[in-house]
Write a protein that binds this ligand. Structure first.
Ligand SMILES: Nc1nc2c(ncn2[C@@H]2O[C@H](COP(=O)(O)OP(=O)(O)O)[C@@H](O)[C@H]2O)c(=O)[nH]1
Ligand SMILES: [Mg+2]
Length: 330
């Protein structure tokens, strides 16, 4: 397949070409490789924002409101929804998308839902490719919505420059559970639904959790991946995603975090980590494929090894080493 025509259109900001290419990279990793090869030099301009939180915390509503404000600032926004619990069809976002159409040129908001159905090479790999397409398409900001439960979602956050975690009032113990994994990757806590009672209490609880967390995370032996938390203490803001109340504060905090990343040079560190993670995912996939091919092509030899393991001449570890030798990467 020749994708050059679609790619040319993508770079000319053609929405349908973007949509087509996204479908292709999601479903066909061989095609994805070709497409990414051709567009890679045109990527790297978009700022990536991850939004996560439990189902029903208002992520989609929040993203709609945030997108509107960004579009009003003249930004082009790409949205990727990796939340299987709230598909874009019929959800709050779709309603907003239609409403948005009346107010803004839809050219400035591109919304895409990703199915979590075992993409070759993993969901995180596919999401990375979709990010690159939206980046080459000219998105200034790419917002990724996930429910943030599985490992692939955590991997996706690693691609984000700024991670927003949504909370809602009245979930005291939720903060406790979320603290364990999410604290490390959160840049801004958003207490959504501030119109409900208990928002201030949630903010107070968050402050406490952060202080606790900081006190033991400020450790010199800290994992490099947690570089974020060493220098940036998560901010907290309460908002109402329906009315847009406090979104001015939120936007300021987002700018503050972006400035921080740029001024400290951490943004460069992120890029390196991201490239490393992404390459590892691809490498994993490629190696798995090679191993499978090796197994298929050498069934007799493999059988022979298995028999030797049965006879205790080999063991699974030494057999694995022999397979690595056969792959020629020893
Ligand atoms: N009262 C109130 N309701 C909200 C707010 N934001 C979202 N909601 C409602 O919360 C529900 C879940 O929202 P949704 O955006 O679908 O949540 P998601 O599952 O996290 O994407 C919907 O009924 C929204 O209208 C808010 O700020 N205040
Ligand atoms: Mg949603």
């Amino acid at each position: 397949m020749d994708y050059s025509d679609l790619i040319k259109k993508l770079l000319a900001k053609d929405t349908r070409a973007a949509a087509r290419l996204i479908t292709i990279v999601e479903n066909d990793i061989t095609a994805a490789e070709k497409i990414i090869n051709s567009i890679y030099s045109k990527t790297g301009n978009a700022f990536i924002v991850g939004v996560t939180g439990a189902p029903g915390t208002g992520k989609s509503t929040f993203i709609s409101t945030l997108s509107k404000m960004l579009v009003q600032e003249g930004k082009k926004v790409g949205i990727i929804c990796v939340d299987p619990s709230s598909p874009l069809t019929g959800g709050a976002l779709l309603g907003d998308r239609i409403r948005m159409k009346e107010n803004f040129s839809l050219e400035n908001v591109f919304i895409r839902s990703m199915a979590n159905r075992g993409q070759l090479g993993g969901l995180a790999r596919a999401t990375e490719d979709v990010i690159k397409i939206l980046d080459a398409y000219g998105s200034d900001i790419i917002i990724i919505e996930t429910v943030g439960v599985g490992q692939s979602e955590v991997d996706i956050f690693k691609s984000a420059h700024t991670v927003l975690v949504l909370m809602v009032p009245g979930y005291g113990d939720e903060i406790q559970t979320i603290k364990a994994g999410i604290m490390e990757i959160t840049d801004i806590f958003v207490v959504n639904k501030m119109d409900l009672s208990g928002a201030d209490r949630t903010v107070a609880e968050l402050i406490q959790s952060i202080e606790l967390h900081m006190s033991y995370k400020y450790d010199e032996n800290i994992n490099e991946d947690f570089a974020k938390i060493k220098q940036w203490v998560p901010e907290i803001v309460k908002v109402n995603s329906i009315s847009g109340e406090n979104f001015d504060i939120l936007l300021n905090l987002m700018r503050k975090h972006r400035d921080f990343l740029e001024k400290t040079g951490i943004i460069q560190h992120y890029l390196k980590t991201r490239i490393k993670n992404e390459t590892l995912q691809i490498l994993n996939h490629k190696l798995k494929k090679k191993v499978n091919e090796l197994m298929d092509l050498n069934q007799e030899q493999i059988d022979n090894y298995i028999n030797q393991v049965i006879e205790k001449v080999l063991n699974p570890y030494s057999m694995a080493d022999l397979l690595i030798k056969m792959l020629g990467i020893d």
